[in-house]
Design a protein around this ligand. Structure first.
Ligand code: FES
Length: 176
């Protein structure tokens, strides 16, 4: 069912794991299957210097995350924005049609990470309507990039990221 290349990336994934010093993260969920992916990027001189990912998903999602990371590394943000799900699937020597939605997740996650990177100040200002700057930065780091995301995120994930004071403010905001 899967190409040799997909199996090779699934069994030996590249750039796997969270990037602790990431400049931005793109968090995406797949409405078809409920799987979740985080793409982390570190940017230097307008290029993706480092990339990492965490994927809670199927074999195709893991292989596409791995391949995406190879395709995006070293690219300018503009070039990386153009990487499409078909580019990833082609580089993996094809994906079964029912698995194409999985490759969509990886491309979308990367594009979201880049958009978040470019709009960081705007996003932080939005989150600062609820919490202080330090907590807003902490939320940004776990892929929460709007007040709407804040409403949808898991309380456990938020509690692990922000200060107690920030958590109280968020609870108050969510009760409104
Ligand atoms: S089945 Fe969920 S990402 Fe592939």
């Amino acid at each position: 069912m899967y190409s040799k290349k997909v199996m090779e990336h699934f069994l030996n994934p590249r750039n796997k794991g969270k990037l602790e010093d990431a400049d931005a993260v793109g968090k995406v969920g797949n409405p078809v299957c409920g799987d979740v992916m985080y793409i982390y990027i570190k940017v230097k001189d307008g290029k993706i210097e480092k990339i990492g990912w965490e994927t809670m998903g199927c074999a195709a999602a893991i292989a596409t995350s791995s391949m995406l990371s190879e395709l995006a590394k070293g690219k300018t943000l503009e070039e990386a924005m153009k990487i499409s799900r078909n580019d990833i699937a082609d580089a993996l020597e094809g994906l079964p049609p029912i698995k194409m939605h999985c490759s969509n997740l990886a491309a979308e996650g990367l594009h979201k990470a880049i958009e978040n990177y470019l709009n960081k100040e705007k996003i932080i200002n939005e989150l600062m309507k609820v919490v202080n700057r330090k907590d807003a930065e902490a939320l940004f780091k776990i892929g929460i990039t709007s007040l709407d995301d804040l409403k949808k995120a898991s309380m456990e994930e938020i509690a692990n990221a922000v200060s107690d004071e920030g958590m109280e403010k968020i609870k108050k905001f969510l009760r409104k």
